[in-house]
Design a protein around this ligand. Sequence first.
Ligand code: GDP
Length: 310
Amino acid sequence: MNKNAKILIVGDKILPGKGLIAFLQKQGLTNVFSETNTGLDLLSQKSVTAFFLKEQPEYVFLGYIKAGGIAANMKYPADFIYENLEAQNNIIRAAFKNKVKKLLFYGSSCAYPKKCPQPIREEYLLEGALEKTSQPYAISKIAGIEMCRSFRQQYGTDFFSLIPATIYGPGDDFNLENGHVISSLIKRFHEAKIEKKKEIEVWGSGKPRREFIYIDDLCRASVFLMNNDFNINLINVGFGNDISIKKLAYLVKKIVGFKGKIIFNTSKPDGVLRKILDSSKINDIGWKPEFDLERGLKLTYEWYQKENNI
Ligand code: GDP
């Protein structure tokens, strides 16, 4: 992508889209379109078709349209499957018709089977049943991955998919209902600190393990893949280590400076017990993460405080 490349970022209100815009800007790539600066209606084929005809984007980062943590997935299954499918179909079709040079579709680790050998390799996709709480969303992601693969196979288009570990960092969604565990914990620990609460509740048993990737690392990986030709259909991008929710909770407690006790509420769902990606494919072609969890969490908490003037 040269400095004048026309780039479309889909999903600019949440990560990774929101982070990608900031990241590309820092690199001097400013010819960037998104829903917000174009009024693009992703759910309308007419709107998407008109946009592509007029602007002719060369590169498309197809980020998340509707996404969230375990609670949001359980509450809005219809919105999650419908909106993601509709929007990604519209974008992929228009990208094909308008000869987009390269399209990166962001999948999700919940697209992998619930019972998967760990770490999860790209080949395990579609080898088993999904985790029920995120199944509608996961099916939309599998459809997108398969669609990119099929266009590549039938028409030779350069459309490919990336599955990241759970993304966190500046720009994350701090709405408690939608958020993933890191943003939810930062917000709740911060509020508990301010209110000088004696204890705080963390969902589930604390035993599930998750792998997290800091937004800047994911942006770097995404741009690296966009700028090089590896003839890849699907690639994992993870940090390479996971952490239990219990340890994560104690780490957030330390960073935020909450002094009370942590209680694990086992009546809340745990989700899958372990989810760690095998990222050897991207490591082997030359990308490695730079931000460890503690540093990433500190930067995220600083951003959260600045953003909310607290
Ligand atoms: P998942 O990775 O798709 O399961 O989604 P989440 O990020 O929402 O949850 C990851 C794990 O963190 C699950 O085991 C949750 O039960 C646990 N967890 C603990 N406290 C919280 C919280 O306050 N919010 C969220 N979203 N998850 C939490």
